[in-house]
Ligand binder design. Structure first.
Ligand code: BYC
Length: 331
């Protein structure tokens, strides 16, 4: 019931000759680095791609609260609890900015949420993995938010104005999230042998799922070519994955932890690490709804949505009452 659709086959990009006059003028604006704003003309596919990407991104922020929320009541100190609570609240805020950005494209937040619940929209694969112990909260901040920053910093320059502006604010908060995760890892890695083993175990379990966050390899990526031509995406999936590995391996070394990849080697010629690809079968299985936590995550979101119905209805009724009162006093 909660399977997410999986498409294959790389999308074709129109040549200038194949474009209409309007499409050519639009592409010229993109090429000149102009931002596209909600009331500007845009091709239907550009609009659809943005709704898909921004909507998925918003859902990821909201579903992403679940694995971390699981540890708020069990954080080891009052300080850690307050920090984690603030981080999880930030994710709700990110979801809000992104839903608002998507709404400027002519879809409502309710419609997107219904599509998510019906398995017609995705959220990031990473949130279908469980958080088994406190070190996982460190690994999420360090690796998952680290991967998110790598992906989202370039998105600040994305061609759609409202998305680009939402990303600027989100990125500021993400760097704090990444640092709080690394701080947990530093504490655990420098702690007792048992704590260091927990940190290593968390790295072992979250390494490959974090690499999957950047999406399939470039040759399997359906949307990259067109999204890059429209500057919706600025880098390919593999480019960002490589940058993430190059940035993260020295951080693991500093912690005294081992990246779980026997093939990991510095490659002098390319100026980056050679590394093993994640298991792409596992990735596509997670996208099909068969990851370890897909069903739990969707059950939790659907329940929260249904439990909140009375509150949404109450807010609407209150708004209507106030509007009616204003009309009466104005008359
Ligand atoms: N998970 O053609 P491709 C966070 C899908 S939240 C699930 O390369 P695209 C955080 C893809 O949608 C982080 N699905 O796609 C929150 C497509 O399927 P559809 C979220 C994935 O869009 C709380 C198919 O695979 N960040 O950081 O060009 C706490 C083919 O892929 C994934 C964003 O959403 C995946 N990992 O590139 C802590 C960033 N990867 O739609 C942290 C914005 C691919 O055709 N999004 N798919 O059915 C993007 O940058 C791009 O959408 C992606 C994928 C790089 C993710």
């Amino acid at each position: 019931m909660y399977a997410q659709m999986v498409k294959t086959g790389v999308s074709a990009v129109k040549t200038r000759e194949e474009m209409s006059e309007q499409e050519r003028a639009f592409q010229a604006r993109i090429d000149a680095g102009e931002k596209i704003e909600p009331k500007d003309w845009m091709p239907d596919e550009y609009r659809k791609t943005l709704i898909r990407q921004i909507g998925q991104h918003a859902h990821s922020e909201v579903v992403g609260q679940l694995p971390e929320g699981n540890w708020i009541t069990r954080a080891p100190t009052l300080e850690r609890k307050a920090i984690l609570l603030a981080k999880v609240q930030d994710e709700a805020g990110h979801g809000l900015y992104l839903y608002c950005a998507a709404e400027t494209l002519g879809i409502s937040r309710d419609e997107m949420i219904e599509m998510l619940h019906a398995g017609k929209m995705k959220y990031s694969s990473i949130f279908n993995y469980p958080t088994l112990n406190w070190a996982d909260i460190g690994a999420i901040g360090w690796l998952v938010d680290g991967a998110a920053i790598m992906n989202q910093v370039p998105l600040q320059r994305t061609s759609y104005g409202p998305y680009s502006r939402a990303m600027i604010r989100i990125c500021k908060e993400e760097s704090f999230h990444q640092r709080q995760g690394y701080d947990i890892m530093m504490k655990m890695a420098a702690g007792s042998p048992e704590q260091k083993a927990m940190a290593q175990d968390a790295l072992n379990r979250f390494w490959y799922p974090s690499l999957m966050m950047f999406g399939p390899s470039d040759k399997e990526s359906v949307h990259s070519a067109q999204s890059m031509a429209w500057k919706i995406k600025i880098n390919t999936n593999d480019e960002l994955r490589q940058k993430f590995v190059d940035q993260t391996v020295p951080q693991a070394e500093y912690l005294g932890l081992k990246v779980p990849d026997e093939a990991l080697r510095w490659n002098e010629d390319k100026g980056g690490y050679d590394f093993s690809e994640p298991d792409w079968n596992e990735f596509f299985e997670v996208l099909r709804g068969n990851g370890p936590c897909n069903r739990d995550r969707m059950r939790a979101r659907v329940k929260a949505w249904e439990d909140g119905a009375w509150f949404r209805e109450g807010l609407l009724a209150h708004g209507e009452k106030r509007a009616a009162r204003r009309l009466k006093t104005a008359a």
